[in-house]
Ligand binder design. Structure first.
Ligand code: NAD
Length: 556
């Protein structure tokens, strides 16, 4: 197929779709894989706003502009096995000479020299067409729809249940804000964990989208109706989820007035971006959209003040008994700027619930079936259940996921696996492809939110034991290890999750195509990548990481 026919079939802006099946469009699976995953990120079943090339996380894009999309496709269709494509903030800028085991695509998104690393400078460059915001998996082409965040959110809620509620959220009310690309996973994760859920989003369309995909059960714009639904459900220990069209601050204020104190309180509004994400209290959505265009400094000021009020109300809930945690959107930082001096009086979800897993090299391992055939994923589910009979939580998740999750775009799966487990899983998948039990190659990757791939002092590396929260040598070492090890594409981003100036992080995806070359790369990459988490946490003095370092012979 020539380039124009390919573009017409798979990339007619804004209608994007990955090719499926086992026939190649590119010269090999090494380039077909990034091509399919790039288009999959932009598929309207996957991306939040394909017209703006936005995949998730407010403004996280897969490519800088339409022209870049077409050029990326053109290059990937013709790239040789001894060449690698360079992508700078979503724009393809050149090819370099490499070799068959090297990554086929090298991606750097949204990186700024530290003293310039803020939203204002970034927005200026973005307006001039020089940069884009890559979030974590948007610009690195391994976003898998809401399943990724669903599993991570489920993992967090279950850890919270284990820590505070004897492992069960039955009869417990969980309240949160933001039901967008990521936050929209909260209602389903909460009900899967047994809780009653009440979430506020200012944008009715976002809640409607969750209703359509059955991530949320009910929707209303009446506070009284929402309140009565959840109180009734909670009383009967029913795991029901309700979305209320409202500003989150207004919801919290009303709950406090009615003396309704949820057992768990968090937030996933797009607070990381005070201008293009968070919507200030007291103005309508359409007025907010106008003000964003007309007067950004005023918008930002209103946003920061609203976030300060929002966090003050969360602190009030906490003082009245709610288990309260920040959910990785940098809300506390901006609330502090807006005047809430005690904003950091509740902790982030990583030190509260996730760090012990990071110490074992555990994190959000994910894979996608390039065939487009759901049966391929079910085959991998079955193989993992057989290979890890001792991992009861993983088995429970895989069984529920098969039943409850509708695939978006290419079928995919996620589960948290650690050091040793990831390499084992990758090799099993390679055998499945080699033997033909799976009909086409698979790609294995992960979120940048992982054990050894990110420096983010208000999120993944908050409150490190040795105070090394802001040290970003680790994600750079992670990028270099995965490049040297032979991942199929690698990425280094700035600002994901928490916004400009607050994080640096690395991503990797490795092709599993049943070949000896894939086996070599899997043995290196899926060993090195989780090992980085063990190195990082061992170095910071965590006992669990020390134990794992010994167990896997990682001490030097
Ligand atoms: P999104 O932009 O798709 O959705 C944010 C939602 O918040 C929107 O629907 C918006 O209408 C709503 N909102 C904004 N202001 C509001 C207000 N005052 N009251 C009520 N609703 C309001 O973003 P997303 O992809 O859902 O991500 C949400 C946040 O979570 C981001 O800051 C992102 O960086 C962060 N994040 C966290 C994790 C994690 O693991 N914890 C992972 C990815 C992203």
């Amino acid at each position: 197929m020539d380039l124009n026919s390919f573009l017409n079939k798979y990339a007619k802006h804004p209608k994007y779709k990955s090719p499926v099946g086992s026939t190649l469009n590119a010269k090999s699976w090494l380039t077909e894989a990034p091509l399919r995953m790039f288009l999959n990120n932009l598929d309207s079943d996957v991306a939040e706003d394909p017209d703006s090339l936005v995949v998730y996380g407010g403004t996280g894009q897969a490519a800088r502009d339409k022209k870049s999309v077409e050029k990326i496709i053109e290059v990937l269709l013709t790239l040789e096995e001894d060449e690698s494509l360079l992508v700078q903030s979503g724009k393809p800028v050149g090819k370099v000479r490499t070799h068959a085991d090297a990554p086929r695509v090298l991606i750097a998104n949204s990186n700024l020299v530290p003293a310039w690393a803020n939203w204002d400078h970034f927005e200026k460059l973005k307006r001039e067409g020089l940069m884009m915001y890559g979030q974590m998996t948007a610009g690195s082409w391994i976003y898998i729809g809401t399943q990724g965040i669903l599993q991570g959110t489920y993992e967090t809620f279950i850890s919270c249940a284990n820590k505070h509620f004897d492992g069960s959220l039955k009869g417990k009310l969980l309240v949160s804000g933001g039901l967008g690309g990521m936050g929209g996973a909260q209602p389903l994760a909460a009900t899967m964990a047994g809780a009653t859920f009440l979430g506020a989003d200012i944008d009715p369309e976002r809640i409607e989208k969750r209703l359509k995909t059955r991530y949320i059960d009910k929707m209303t714009d009446s506070y009284v109706e929402a309140r009565d639904w959840v109180l009734k459900a909670k009383k009967r220990s029913m795991n029901v989820s309700v979305g209320l069209v409202s500003d989150i601050g207004d919801l919290l204020e009303k709950l406090l007035e009615d003396d309704i104190i949820p057992e768990i309180l968090t937030d996933q509004t797009s607070a990381h971006d005070p201008v293009f994400g968070y919507v200030p209290n007291g103005i309508s959505l359409s007025d907010a959209k106008c003000l964003r265009k007309k007067d950004q400094p005023k918008y930002k000021k209103l946003s920061l003040t609203s976030m300060a009020r929002h966090v003050s109300l969360m602190l009030e809930m906490k003082s009245r008994g709610s288990i309260t945690f920040d959910y990785g959107n940098n809300l506390r930082e901006f609330a502090k700027m807006g005047g809430e001096q005690d904003a950091f009086d509740f902790k982030g979800f990583v030190p509260e619930y996730i760090r012990p897993l990071f110490c074992e090299g555990k994190g959000p391992f994910r894979w996608a079936a390039l065939s487009g055939d759901p049966e391929d994923i079910y085959e991998t589910d079955k193989a993992l259940i057989e290979a890890f009979p001792e991992n009861k939580d993983m088995i429970k998740w895989l069984e529920q996921a098969k039943e409850k999750i509708q695939f978006q775009g290419l079928p995919c799966r996620i589960c948290w696996l650690g050091m040793g487990e990831r390499e084992k899983a990758g090799l099993i998948f390679n055998d499945l492809v080699r033997s033909g039990k799976v009909s086409a190659p698979i790609v294995v990757g992960r979120d940048h939110l992982d054990c050894g791939s990110v420096a983010s002092p208000n999120r993944e590396t908050e409150g490190m034991k040795d105070g090394s929260d802001a040290v970003s040598d680790w994600p750079l070492l992670n990028l270099m290890s995965n490049t040297a090890g032979g991942a199929t594409w690698v990425s280094f981003h700035h600002g994901g999750g928490v916004g400009m100036g607050y994080s640096q992080h690395a991503g990797m995806v490795v092709l599993v195509d049943g070949t000896d070359r894939a086996e070599r790369c899997i043995r290196r990459v899926l060993y090195n990548d989780p090992a980085m988490g063990v190195f990082r946490h061992n170095d910071a003095g965590y006992d669990i990481a020390k134990k794992h370092s010994k167990k896997f012979n990682l001490d030097i």
